[in-house]
Design a protein. Structure first.
Ligand SMILES: Nc1nc2c(ncn2[C@@H]2O[C@H](COP(=O)(O)OP(=O)(O)OP(=O)(O)O)[C@@H](O)[C@H]2O)c(=O)[nH]1
Ligand SMILES: [Mg+2]
Length: 198
């Protein structure tokens, strides 16, 4: 699949504000700083479309980007980032859970996982919540350029094993780098297949 046109549509602070049309959402979620906004820019080929920052917690709202007038890429705020050291955030914000669990436009969700770290409890916890609620999702490993090919494969496999401890059936998984454009065609083709199942 190709993306020809990508335009910012709106930012929502509640799910009541998301676009009221029947166009399907393909959304990206994951820990703060994992590279959600960068991945949207990489997929659309528009460097400044979604705001990127080295400081975690950049994306605060639900951002809808209309693609080819037919569907949306959705940039969500990250989870797992507490602004004050006192506030240990083990739960996911209401905005995130409302969107993921209740928004009817949400067609498919990609959970982004940084390839460098070991499997993180908060990611496994979030994936468990998706599985329990029957939310359709896939895994996108990010920042593959920071590792050698062999190390990236090893770390992806380590995450797969962590999931296999709990789940009999595993979600689809793709390795990407927004920096290098790795995995772009595969991810776009996967999204194309998701959309044709709508
Ligand atoms: N090397 C490398 N750096 C990346 C990649 N993707 C993102 N980054 C960097 O990681 C940092 C965070 O990227 P964002 O795209 O803003 O991450 P985010 O998940 O949207 O973060 P929040 O909105 O804060 O939740 C930025 O400094 C990016 O330049 C990648 O593929 N490779
Ligand atoms: Mg962001």
């Amino acid at each position: 699949m190709q993306i020809r046109k990508a335009e910012f549509r709106c930012s929502s602070e509640r799910i009541g504000q998301v676009p009221k049309d029947n166009l399907p959402d393909i959304a990206f979620i994951g820990r703060s700083n994992v590279g959600k906004s960068s991945l949207i820019n990489m997929l659309t080929g528009r460097a400044g479309l979604a705001k990127v920052s080295g400081t975690p917690g950049k994306t605060r709202l639900i951002n809808h980007f209309l693609i080819d007038g037919a569907w949306y890429l959705v940039d969500l705020p990250g989870y797992g980032y507490a602004r004050t050291s006192k506030a240990v955030r083990s739960e996911f914000s209401k905005l995130i859970t409302d969107y993921v669990l209740r928004c009817e436009k949400m067609h498919f969700l990609f959970v982004l996982i940084g390839l460098r770290l070991e499997p993180q409890r908060i990611d496994l916890q979030f994936i468990k919540m998706l599985g329990t609620n029957g939310i359709p999702f896939g895994i996108v490993f990010t920042k593959a350029d920071k590792l050698s090919r062999a190390q990236a494969d090893r770390n992806a496999e380590r995450f797969r094993s962590a999931l296999a401890e709990e789940w009999e059936e595993l979600p689809p998984m793709l390795v990407t780098s927004s920096e290098k454009g790795t995995g772009r065609d595969e991810l776009l083709d996967f999204i194309g297949r998701c959309l044709s199942n709508s």
